[in-house]
Design a protein around this ligand. Structure first.
Ligand code: DHB
Ligand code: FE
Length: 286
């Protein structure tokens, strides 16, 4: 049987990937951010999952306003890094897991989540930067990836409650997959940031800290938070955080915080990272 062993929440700020790609991680601007990633990378290497389900959003790379799937599941055997204007990042092609992805498609759609199934999907910083943050500079990536792309760009994005319930359905679907796979689920995006308009550059560290606390301790309270509250408190792109509720929903009722790192600034955004394990600390992880 497959199982979800842990969840990771992380920002996907493109400049973090660019700092790695251009050898700038030791520069004063970046040093402290990357120092905080060391423990997370160690944890990732030790955890060594077979597959990661990466919940992320596309930024007009694979999709555009011509086609806006709310939940798009990548069922292909490979996903190439997208060209976001400077050529594709020089990171490995992301290897998929079609068998698990099609199993998820079946279980989720028959559980009444109307997933869009995608056989070809270039993946942008929303997916590749989290992999770089957790894995460092590696070739190939150390695990297979099932991408789950969520619309948080064009109003209306899915509600937090819908994301939470989708996470729960993902947990049940993974647990009914007939192969011994260890799966980690990523929720990506955020934290507070706004990229344009009068409030461009907005960061709300208090909101971010409370979000991280609640994600572990009281996620159901987060499921009731309306979109407008994210927009007001965490900036227009802070809405990306609803995707973390899919990750959290997939961990079951109880989760334990293993590690947290928060740093400002990263480009125009706050960069946050949290690692969660299923089950209460010291308790039965089932
Ligand atoms: C930036 C872009 C993002 O997609 C994001 O989530 C955070 C920051 C940026 O361009 O700085
Ligand atoms: Fe983003």
């Amino acid at each position: 049987m497959a199982e979800i062993v842990a969840g990771v929440g992380t920002s996907h700020v493109p400049a973090i990937g660019a700092a790695m790609d251009n050898g700038k991680t030791d520069e004063p601007y970046w040093r402290r951010l990357f120092a905080g990633y060391e423990k997370a990378r160690q944890w990732m290497a030790e955890t060594a999952p077979d597959v990661a389900i990466v919940v992320y959003n596309d930024h007009a790379s694979a999709f555009s306003l011509e086609l806006i799937p709310t939940f798009a599941l990548g069922v292909a055997s490979a996903f190439s890094p997208a060209d976001e204007g400077y050529g594709p990042r020089k990171v490995p092609v992301v290897e998929g897991h079609p068998e698990l992805a099609w199993h998820l498609a079946e279980r989720l759609i028959l559980s009444e989540f109307d997933m869009t199934l995608v056989n070809q999907m270039p993946v942008d910083h929303g997916l590749t930067v989290p992999l770089s943050i957790l894995c460092g500079e590696v070739d190939p990536w150390p695990f297979k990836v099932v991408p789950l792309c969520v619309n948080v760009v064009q109003y209306p994005p899915p509600t937090g409650n819908r994301c939470w319930n989708l996470g729960k359905a993902i947990r049940a679907a993974v647990e009914s997959f007939d192969e011994d796979l260890r799966v980690v689920i990523f929720g990506t995006g955020g934290m507070s940031h706004q990229l344009q308009g009068e409030r461009a550059g907005l960061v709300n560290a208090k909101f971010d800290a409370e979000f991280l606390d609640q994600l572990t301790q009281d996620p159901e309270a987060l499921t009731r938070r309306p979109h407008v509250e994210y927009m007001r408190e965490a900036g227009s792109e802070g809405i990306e955080l609803v995707m973390w509720l899919i990750m959290r929903g997939a961990l079951g009722d109880n989760a334990t915080e293993v590690y947290r790192h928060y740093h400002v600034p990263a480009s125009n955004a706050a960069a946050g990272l949290i690692i969660l394990q299923s089950g209460p600390r010291g308790g039965d992880a089932a």
